[in-house]
Design a binder for this molecule. Structure first.
Ligand code: MN
Length: 480
């Protein structure tokens, strides 16, 4: 067995090495399908609860084509060194989560060692797994087995912070409430964020009930009391999540130069939002019950290393915009702080599902349009000494682009105002064009039974396409 744990990291400063070679193929044939999200160049990690196979508990799984490689079983079979992956002991259900946290706490050379070892085993460069039927039997699990006997877990972040890093989203939403003053004065100086709720983060595929709560008195009778009942303006927010790897000690800020070394990888996030509850409650302290009833994340964490070929310059600020303060600025962040990730949102109503109609695409955008980078969010989050912990989730904020079809929420997609028109055409408030579904149903916001499916993938000439899988959730009727 060779573990290569002590070899040096990626060969070039770009982080691109032999594991990104577009010609690299796997003996797991489905991984060579050009359409798969999970070729051998990707190797994300998911946590999965296993209920009905020999080794119960939460396991770390690496999707490869249509199968999953079980990291804990690789250790049991002595194909993976415990120093690279501190496997769980199967005695306690939470062992798997703890083992995963330990992986996150390593520095990036530990993450590199794992990636290189998996690449070696799955390419067959080390044939130890490929050529041993018993090992394959215990380490490689078919997708339908995972779907039948397992369920994805979120990595159970202790903390969740939601940012507001898309200037297009902030301008759109700001324009609805403040047509003459869409962006508040702090926006271009601070990566705006708020502390979310970690306990209600759920993995893709989880259904939840429409929230109930207070809403503002009607505009026609402001002196009437608040309304109360099921949310009427149910929305999704398309976001990318950043999973923190190594934490920082309380009182010790992470510099922007070090920020990315604290990021393990990215996933998709749906920050479900009850807009009518939000409108009434958010003044003056920000979102609360409009957000904390459910947040869905995709189970696959795509590592920063896998994303190396898809790094791009940070958003280019117009010359008239203020330069951020020095603690939020670095040449490396300007040159390569961004990500070229294509993002899509799809919708399937209950009626569409009943009639076996495929989901329709609501939007297509790209993460490249974000005003702030994840490195800037990490540096800002910790500048006051706040300590991040392994597994913490930092979400980007709704990802909207400059065009209508790249807006990342219903409140923007169905809104008829256009803050980017020249001269500005700012239509305050309520004018909306519903989205028509193939059944003839119409949506300005989400209805009970609607399923929202988010997808993300990276493509670049000369590199293998990689994807993030799905972030999917269905809204059930409010509990009476
Ligand atoms: Mn959000």
């Amino acid at each position: 067995m060779s573990t290569r744990a002590n070899e040096s990291g990626p060969s070039s400063s770009s982080g691109i090495d032999e594991t990104h070679d577009p010609n690299l193929r796997s003996w797991v044939e489905s991984a060579n399908d050009p359409a798969t999200d999970f070729p051998i160049q990707n190797l994300p990690i998911a946590l999965c609860g296993m209920t009905n196979i020999s080794s119960q508990g939460v396991h770390a799984l690496v999707p490869i084509g249509d199968s999953f490689l079980d990291l804990d079983q690789l250790v049991v079979c002595k194909l993976l060194d415990k120093r690279i992956y501190p496997a769980c002991h199967f005695s306690d259900f939470d062992d798997g989560v703890r083992a995963f946290r330990q992986l996150l706490s390593q520095d990036s050379s530990g993450w590199s060692a794992l990636r290189r070892r998996l690449s070696e085993l799955l390419s067959g460069r080390d044939p130890a797994l490929r050529d041993n039927a018993e090992f394959r039997e215990s380490c490689l699990i078919a997708r339908d087995v995972v779907e039948a006997d397992g369920y994805f877990e979120s990595p159970e972040p202790s903390n969740y912070t939601d940012f507001y890093a898309s200037i297009h989203h902030a301008t759109n939403v700001g324009s609805m409430f403040r047509p003459d003053n869409a962006l508040l004065p702090n926006y271009k100086h601070i990566p705006i964020g708020y502390h979310g709720r970690a306990s209600s983060i759920v993995p893709s595929g989880t259904s939840f009930h429409r929230p109930v709560g207070q809403t503002s008195p009607p505009d026609s009778d402001p002196s009437a009391g608040p309304g109360f009942g099921p949310c009427k303006l149910m929305d999704y927010e398309l976001e990318m999540g950043c999973i923190i790897g190594r934490g920082n000690v309380m009182g010790s800020p992470v510099s922007i130069a070090d920020a990315e070394s604290h990021i393990f990888g990215l996933c998709l996030v749906n920050d479900w939002s009850a807009r009518d509850l939000q409108k009434w409650e958010y003044v003056p302290l920000g979102p609360f019950l409009a957000k904390n009833f459910a947040t869905t994340i995709s189970p696959y964490i795509v590592t920063m290393e896998a994303l190396a070929p898809f790094r791009i310059p940070a958003y280019e600020r117009p010359a008239s915009d203020p330069r951020p303060l020095p603690y939020l600025t670095s040449d490396a962040n300007t040159a390569l702080g961004g990500f070229d990730i294509t993002l899509e949102v799809h919708l399937q109503s209950a009626e569409m599902a009943k009639r076996s109609m495929s989901p329709i695409r609501l939007s297509k955008g790209n993460f490249r349009h974000m005003y702030w980078t994840f490195a800037q969010m990490v540096a800002h989050h910790t500048v006051n000494g706040c300590n991040l912990q392994p597994g913490d989730l930092l979400a980007s904020g709704t990802i909207s682009g400059p065009t209508r079809d790249s807006r990342g929420s219903m409140i923007e997609l169905t809104w008829d105002g256009d803050p980017f028109a020249n001269p500005p055409k700012l239509v305050p408030g309520t004018q909306r064009t519903p989205i028509e579904l193939p059944t003839g149903e119409k949506r300005t916001f989400l209805a009970d039974g609607d399923t929202v499916i988010m997808k993300a993938y990276c493509e670049r000439e000369g590199y293998r396409r990689i994807g993030f899988g799905e972030c999917r959730g269905t809204i059930l009727p409010a509990k009476s």
